[in-house]
Ligand binder design. Structure first.
Ligand SMILES: *Cc1c(COP(=O)(O)O)cnc(C)c1O
Length: 234
């Protein structure tokens, strides 16, 4: 087994263990392999090890990888855009990705909807919540969720699938769980209002257990699968 296959197996084991510990089925928690800054060859190793869902933060880099695997004839992959999205890049996301996790204003959602090609299924979107109330972070406060969700749900080119958050790092499990639980409460309420909502994108390497215990359905893991990122090359 190569490193990436080995790492993936370990991460999947950790997810299953965390799910079972809180009485959830391991299939209820999906793994998004965050491949930003990593070459297509690393993604190919993960694909060989059975991984299908990949997360990218930089639009052009993600589009290049999506095209690469299309040209190779690899089907069945799911590409998630998880980086901050500027309006001038929305078209590339709408035309190439399957999901966008970082919708935090109507203007971006409308552009994604308008720019989604007619032959593709609606773009799956998550509304990003600034759950730790950080001034520097993107995302909306929970108090604004219902209004934005109502508007987004009307757009024909996108499908509202749920919520995403990047909580401020805290090392204490209880505090991680408390924050994750706030997200889970909002997610459960949203699910009751919109039948398409089924995804809570929450949990990274350091807070995965707490996120899963609170109800996350999708954890985003990069370094533990692909190794440390080298930003000096970019
Ligand atoms: C980079 C990134 C991750 C993965 O982070 P790692 O520390 O490499 O596991 C998860 N979510 C988002 C939004 C990211 O930008």
């Amino acid at each position: 087994m190569n490193d990436i296959a080995h790492n993936l197996a370990q991460v999947r084991d950790k997810i299953s263990a965390a799910a079972l510990r809180c009485g959830r089925a391991s299939e209820d928690v999906a793994l998004l392999a965050v491949s930003k800054t990593k070459p297509a060859s690393a993604v190919a190793e993960a694909i060989d090890a059975g991984q299908r869902a990949f997360g990218e933060n930089y639009v052009q880099e993600g589009v290049d990888k999506i095209r690469h695997f299309q040209e190779q004839g690899v089907t069945g992959l799911q590409w998630h855009f998880i980086g901050p999205l500027q309006s001038n890049k929305s078209r590339l996301v709408a035309e190439h990705f399957d999901w966008c996790h970082t919708v935090d204003r109507l203007r971006i959602a409308s552009r994604l909807s308008d720019q989604r090609p007619a032959g593709m299924p609606p773009l799956n979107i998550l509304i990003q919540i600034n759950i730790s109330d950080e001034e520097s972070k993107s995302g909306i406060p929970l108090a604004e969720l219902d209004a934005l969700a109502d508007q987004v749900a009307e757009l024909p080119g996108v499908c509202l699938r749920g919520l995403m958050a990047i909580p401020a790092p805290v090392s204490n499990y209880e505090r991680q769980f408390a924050v994750a639980q706030q997200m889970a409460v909002a997610f459960d309420a949203l699910k009751l209002r919109y039948p398409t909502v089924d995804t809570l994108s929450l949990g990274m390497s350091d807070d995965m257990e707490a996120a899963i215990a609170a109800g996350s359905t999708l954890v985003r893991i990069g370094t533990a699968i692909f190794g440390a990122r080298d930003y000096t090359k970019n």
